[in-house]
Design a protein around this ligand. Structure first.
Ligand SMILES: O=C(O)CCC(=O)C(=O)O
Ligand SMILES: [Fe+2]
Length: 347
């Protein structure tokens, strides 16, 4: 496929990085993309083609299951893993179905955030767990490249991740909704004014409302044929209004973005990009973000800055993650927990 050289979202060859070789040049490319726009595509990531093909097939097969079967493995207040068709982002309903699958601890002890619920679908578990492990490996390598890009030891962030990481894989289906007025028209000029209103109807028209990913890194498998993911390049520039730019899929590449935990670990050197997904009127879109997350015992604080320079106070990843899930699951009436809640004043 033709790579769009004009896009602000670059495609980076990570063949050396996934082999554990972190050159200055490769790490500098990763660092520049993390700094702005916080999104990039990775090519030559080393995930076998047939792993991805089997995975893609199973994603579609899963969503094709009868609704009763999907509801049998529904997420609940006590179990964050499973199927949902009523996810809230920023207290508004998203136009999609999803399925969450998480890490199983090496000692098989129950996970703090829930247990995996599997559909009655032969081959599903094998296909998604294989893909999950591949994403985990790629993420660990990218994390080291990010550390190195900041002149840290490549392993500088490793202690917060490792065996007991709480990463999870989400499968998304954004269905076509005939008859519903969706946000595909004038997408270069959406009515931002209206979007800012807390109870605006326009919010119902999005696949996923604007948000920042809570974890460290997101590895996104996107449908090749549908482009509806967008990044707000002005999110960290409050004097400017939102400016949404497409993050179009690149064939055979995966899309990476920085999450809140990298923002904190790097003391704001690399900031999580705000993004959203438009709903599509013409084609169903499938996507699968893998959220690479710290381990459940991790306390997160900036690693780059000396005492007195740190922009965030220490917090527990687990507390952060569980609070965020409580808000996704039902409207608690409160604003979602944000890393800004841990900002140290005047820093
Ligand atoms: O579907 C996508 O392209 C991205 C979804 C997303 O941003 C999320 O689930 O956090
Ligand atoms: Fe996201």
């Amino acid at each position: 496929s033709v790579i769009d050289v004009t896009s602000i979202v670059k495609t980076i060859d990570i063949s050396r990085i996934v082999n554990g070789v972190y050159t200055e040049e490769d790490c500098a490319l990763i660092g520049a993309a993390c700094r702005s726009p916080g999104f990039f595509h990775i090519s030559n990531h080393g995930i076998p083609k047939n792993t991805i093909e089997r995975f893609d097939e199973m994603v579609r097969a899963f969503f094709d299951l009868p609704l009763e079967e999907k509801l049998r493995i529904r997420r609940t207040e006590d179990n964050s893993r499973g199927f949902a068709h009523d996810e809230l982002t920023k207290r508004t309903l998203d136009l999609k179905e999803l399925y969450d699958y998480g890490h199983t601890n090496p000692d098989k002890s129950p996970c703090v955030d829930g247990i995996n619920q599997l559909p009655d679908l032969p081959g599903f578990h094998e296909a998604i767990s294989e893909y999950y492990e591949e994403c985990n490996k790629v993420s660990a390598c990218l994390l080291r490249a990010i550390a190195k890009s900041l002149k840290l030891e490549p392993t500088a962030f490793d202690a917060s991740f490792g065996e007991n990481h709480t990463s999870y894989l989400r499968l998304n289906k954004y269905p076509v909704k005939p008859g519903v007025e969706l946000w595909t028209d004038n997408r270069s000029n959406p009515d931002e004014q209206q979007e800012e209103e807390s109870d605006s109807n326009s919010r119902k028209l999005l696949g996923v409302n604007r948000h920042f990913d809570a974890g460290a890194l997101t590895v996104l498998r996107q449908d090749d044929k549908v482009s509806s993911l967008q990044v707000n390049v002005n999110a960290h520039n409050p004097s400017e209004g939102p400016h949404w730019v497409d993050v179009s899929p690149v064939k055979d590449a995966l899309t990476i973005n920085v999450g809140d935990m990298i923002q904190v670990l790097t003391n704001n050197e690399y900031k999580a990009p705000e993004h959203r997904v438009l709903a599509s009127r013409n084609a169903t879109r499938y996507s699968a973000p893998f959220f690479y997350n710290p381990n459940f015992e991790a306390t997160i604080e900036p690693q780059l800055a000396g005492e007195g320079q740190k922009k965030y106070s220490k917090f527990s990843w687990l507390h952060f993650r569980l609070s965020r899930f409580a808000g996704d699951h039902k409207d608690t009436g409160y604003k979602d927990i944000q890393i800004a809640d841990f900002r140290i004043n005047n820093k």
